[in-house]
Ligand binder design. Structure first.
Ligand SMILES: [Zn+2]
Ligand SMILES: [Zn+2]
Ligand SMILES: [Zn+2]
Length: 198
């Protein structure tokens, strides 16, 4: 009886789970190409009969990874997961259709969650925007300085705060950028002083 093997990945372009099945016989005889419905990504499977080479579009890092696996692992057994070298997480599955389908569903949920987390870069986007434009105003009137006398500073935007760091002494001033109170506290300041490190 001819075994059916599945391949699955998440399309980096449209985010959909892509899954396709081939018979083990067809796979060992010829290369396979599995395309996403959107037509913008494809998984290539090549074989020399001993090894399989998979070119996997990776939804986790956006790149394409090449992996070599034994024909035994691809054609028989429960299946294998290929890990993205960037994120160390599995981005592609090959094996038993049922295993691949289940693993792929989990992967789709996870990558959806990560995407959502990435979009929410700040605790409160509106507050962060206001804080940054307020900071720009203060900087424009040369209002940011350090107690060490330097007016040279670096600014780092974090999720719920903005850090000002003195470039001369390394002194730091953290400004909250998550709540209305944070915004009120900044709005009434004409100047900002970084506490220098001596
Ligand atoms: Zn797609
Ligand atoms: Zn990757
Ligand atoms: Zn300083």
């Amino acid at each position: 009886m001819d075994e059916i093997r599945s391949f699955g990945y998440i399309c980096p372009r449209c985010g959909k789970a892509v899954m396709a099945a081939r018979s083990a016989f067809a796979l060992s005889a010829a290369a396979a190409r599995i395309e996403c419905e959107c037509g913008k990504s494809e998984l290539d499977v090549e074989t020399d009969g001993v090894k399989f080479r998979l070119n996997v579009p990776c939804a986790l890092c956006g790149g394409t990874h090449t992996a070599e696996c034994s024909a035994e692992a691809v054609l028989h057994g429960r299946g294998i997961g290929l890990a993205c070298p960037e994120t160390k997480q599995i981005c592609c599955y090959a094996g038993e259709p049922e295993q691949v389908r289940r693993a792929l569903e989990e992967l789709a949920v996870r990558s959806e969650k990560e995407k959502a987390a990435g979009e929410e870069a700040f605790t409160d986007n509106v507050i962060m925007y206001e804080i940054l434009s307020e900071l720009r105003d203060i900087a424009a009137r040369d209002g940011i300085s350090c107690t060490c006398g330097s007016r040279d500073y670096a600014m780092q935007v974090r999720r719920s705060a903005v850090d000002l760091t003195c470039k001369r002494c390394g002194g730091k001033l953290r400004l909250g950028a998550a709540t209305d109170e944070d915004l009120d506290a900044l709005c009434c300041q004409m100047t900002l002083t970084i506490k220098g490190v001596s």
